[in-house]
Design a protein. Structure first.
Length: 162
């Protein structure tokens, strides 16, 4: 279970935590307390779900911070729009355009490297439901790119031959 510490810290970091190491450490403390009730074969989804709950608490707590240091306001939804950080502005834009549930499905599989089954467990839903959500999220993600970034789309009109 504790071999997943770095994966949990990366999860928290990619979602904009001010202190991802603290989130990971607190997740491990909670896991240690509940060690007897955690299935050792599927502990990563449990750890990710716990870290997500700690992130939500962190983000809610930061709403009262001064404007210069505050995280963006979160929408009143069951899954808040977590801040995302990638190296590519086009990816950031496409992810930001997605609904929070779609974004979370893609991030769990693509960035956090969970299997669809593990991602479903971390969200508390059935694997089949997650696979459907992921399929739809991937489709919306591709559609959210600007037309000029879609494969096969021309960005400039063709010059006429004379």
């Amino acid at each position: 279970m504790f071999r997943h510490y770095q994966a949990v810290a990366r999860f928290a970091d990619r979602r904009g935590s001010r202190d991802p190491e603290s989130i990971a450490a607190e997740t491990m403390v909670i896991a240690w307390r509940k060690l007897d009730s955690i299935d050792s074969t599927s502990c990563l989804p449990w750890l990710i779900a716990t870290a997500r709950n700690l992130l939500f608490a962190e983000f809610r707590g930061n709403r009262d911070q001064p404007a210069g240091d505050a995280l963006p306001d979160l929408p009143d939804e069951s899954i808040p729009a977590l801040p995302i950080q990638s190296l590519d502005p086009a990816i950031d834009g496409a992810l930001a355009a997605l609904e929070p549930l779609d974004r979370e499905a893609i991030l769990l599989v693509a960035w956090d490297e969970l299997t669809p089954k593990e991602a479903a467990e971390s969200l508390g839903i059935r694997a089949t439901a997650f696979r459907v959500r992921l399929h739809r999220a991937r489709k919306r993600f591709i559609e959210s790119f600007a037309p000029s970034q879609t494969p096969g789309h021309m960005t400039e009109p063709r010059e006429e031959r004379t």
